[in-house]
Design a protein around this ligand. Structure first.
Ligand SMILES: Cc1ncc(COP(=O)(O)O)c(C=O)c1O
Length: 357
């Protein structure tokens, strides 16, 4: 690839997109610099702008809400479904609806599906498009349909900790030809032809038809992405087996620990392994105890409505009791495809010890 001398978006990126389309079943796919810009483009292509509201989860990475703010619109926070289902609740979405609502943005937490059939049906009744933040969900399916291909647009992340990683990178997919046209323009300065097209003799010059961005991926990352896509199913199968092992061990060793997504429908990519500490457990102390044993943990997520940049005037913040409760108790345990069963057992035993203290 390097020997070809072509480093910016070209043939390898086009192949990566084709393979991603074949894998997900999406009609159109555009490789981009990261998922945050994919979300931004999805908002822009749907015409979201100042004065509009977009309903989003608060239990997500801040990028979900930031993408809405980039357009001048306001994110409106909705609650999760339950302690077992950490994805957006349709009932809470309904409560968040206002005359200003322009779209919904759902996030498939840890790769587990939001209730897309019900959410899409309700959204269609309201005439609202649904954007899927599928950053966790490459290789996740519901009713045999890949997550990210249910709504108007789906946004994937290839950040270094993701199931398919290119260091930084992302993909936006859609079945809608008009949105696809927008994505092509927005990704590259609103230009009607790209350097690669001109190199191939498809065009001599170009027009600029909208104020676009440089949200392109490059050939190096696309090459990584193609190899990673080949490995995805095997890696996700390993994540799935490890998750099952964790569940088995933890439910036996720590019955008071919450293990969300028990019996959740669909096939998850098992991006992360969230657990919920019993109420009253000192979370930081628990995490320190694991760290002392060489076990890294993290939190998914500090809810967006609690951040300094969001706290003041966060719309919907008073209606998030489940998010507030779960976010204060959540800890994410190590989970990666090269992890061994013995390592999972070691972590489970360490969790039981840390909870016992
Ligand atoms: C739920 C969610 N949305 C969006 C993003 C943003 O992805 P990226 O880092 O590729 O911009 C992430 C990545 O961490 C994420 O976890």
């Amino acid at each position: 690839m390097l020997e070809s001398g072509w480093l910016t978006m070209g043939e390898v990126s086009a192949k990566f997109e084709d393979e991603f389309k074949a894998y997900t079943g999406a009609k159109h796919a555009f490789a981009v610099s990261n998922a945050t810009v994919a979300l931004h483009m999805a908002c822009l292509a749907l015409g979201i702008g100042p004065g509009d509201e977009v309903i989003v989860p608060s239990l997500t990475f801040v990028a979900t809400a930031n993408a809405v703010r980039y357009t001048g619109a306001d994110p409106v926070f909705a609650d999760i479904t339950s302690e077992n289902d950490l994805t957006l609740s349709l009932e809470s979405i309904r409560q968040a609806l206002s005359p200003r609502t322009k779209a919904l943005m759902v996030m498939h937490y840890a790769g587990y599906a939001c209730d897309m059939p019900a959410i899409l049906q309700w959204a269609a009744e309201q005439g609202l498009p649904v954007i899927e933040d599928a950053a966790h969900a490459v290789g996740s399916f519901l009713n045999d349909k890949h997550l990210g291909t249910w709504g108007a647009a789906g946004c994937f992340s290839f950040f270094s900790n993701k199931n398919l990683s290119t260091g930084e990178g992302g993909m936006v997919v859609t079945d809608d030809d008009a949105l696809a046209e927008q994505f092509k323009l927005l990704r590259s300065h609103g230009m009607t032809s790209l350097t690669w097209d001109r190199h191939q003799g498809h065009a001599w010059s170009y027009d600029v038809v909208t104020t676009g961005y440089n949200y392109r991926i490059d050939e190096l990352r696309s090459a990584l992405g193609r190899v990673q896509l080949d490995k995805l199913d095997a890696n996700n199968a390993r994540r799935s087996a490890l998750t099952a092992r964790y569940r088995e061990l933890l439910s036996e060793l720590c019955p008071a620990l919450g293990l969300p997504f028990e019996g959740h429908p669909g096939i998850s990519a098992h991006h992360i392994m969230p657990v919920l500490l019993p109420r009253g457990t000192e979370r930081i102390r628990f995490m320190e105890r694991l760290k002392e044993q060489g076990i890294q943990t993290s939190i998914h997520y500090p809810p967006v409505h609690t951040f300094s940049a969001y706290r003041e005037g966060a719309i919907g913040a008073e209606h998030l009791p489940l998010t507030d409760d779960v976010a204060a108790r959540e800890v994410t345990l190590p989970l990666y495809p090269t992890m061994t069963d013995d390592q999972a057992q070691l972590v489970a035993l360490a969790v039981a010890r840390a909870l016992g203290d």
